[in-house]
Design a protein around this ligand. Sequence first.
Ligand code: C2E
Ligand code: MG
Ligand code: MG
Ligand code: MG
Length: 303
Amino acid sequence: HADLALYQAKSSGRNNLHFFSRHLKNKATFELQLEEELHLALSRDEGLFLNYQPILDLHSGQVTKLEALVRWQHPQLGLLSPDRFIGVAEANGFIADLDGWVLRQACRDLASLAALGFHDLRVAVNCSALNLSRDDLVEEVQRALTENGIRAQRLELEVTENALMSNVNQALHLLEGIRGLGVSISIDDFGTGYSSLAYLKRLPLDTLKIDRSFVMDIPGSHADMEIIQAIIGMAHTLHLQVVAEGVETREQLDFLRSHGCDYIQGYLLSRPQPLVVIEDFLRHSHGLGSSNVRPLRPIDSNP
Ligand code: C2E
Ligand code: MG
Ligand code: MG
Ligand code: MG
């Protein structure tokens, strides 16, 4: 097929090649511009904001934590999801600044949530793999907590499975430092990477988040249902709590609850939303009984 494509490119002549290189040039220019604009947005604290998605504790029937998910309101391109710009920040060396901004904003939001009476609500923040090689990360986390008067127990850090496994010794050292502060650690997108059980046992972890791809095809896929049961069993053996990501249907919720999953997160409960919307959500979701978890109607809008 590659040969055929080459042949077709050749036979259609110079115009096609010209078009191709112009396309590449445009793409490069676009990336460069996006990079500059993101840098500017960060330095001016303009356009970046956090959406929050509630995480429901299936044992108590209460929303006990939120995940912070970054968004960028771009002046021309509109609302951008992290998949559009995290890679840009990672490739250009300012992912540390971006994740640092998210961390500080999340701590400010934790303070305002406490002022509204949500003293025990926790927030989970995502951490890029690249940050695991920074030796000042522990200090930065400590500073963000202290500056906003936040107990470390209210903060969680989410790190993807592959990020952890690509350099276990480095991760081990860093996570021990962060956990030493009292911050919890979650392993994100679990099941999509290459974890070794020996490492899972050694790493200082608190929570395992089952990737959405395993939840998606419940109840259609028996294989996925078996896998989820196995992950929950293994996690509990290792004294880890389990969050299922991407729960969109009542059937998925029922399956997960009846198999001992500890938490769910997904559109069934709520999409990620700006903090003011989530505050409203929290006020109304108060007092859901554990035997009567009644997911609220998913609220629309923001991705
Ligand atoms: P993630 O940490 O696994 O976050 C979950 C993603 O799944 C979010 O996408 C969320 O909107 C989406 N999601 C949640 N529930 C459902 C559902 O029921 N159905 C479907 N189809 N999707 C659902 P989002 O916000 O686009 O974020 C994508 C990824 O970007 C995140 O995956 C995370 O890895 C990364 N990310 C987000 N914020 C940050 C950040 O501040 N720093 C870094 N380094 N990465 C971030
Ligand atoms: Mg996450
Ligand atoms: Mg995930
Ligand atoms: Mg993900």
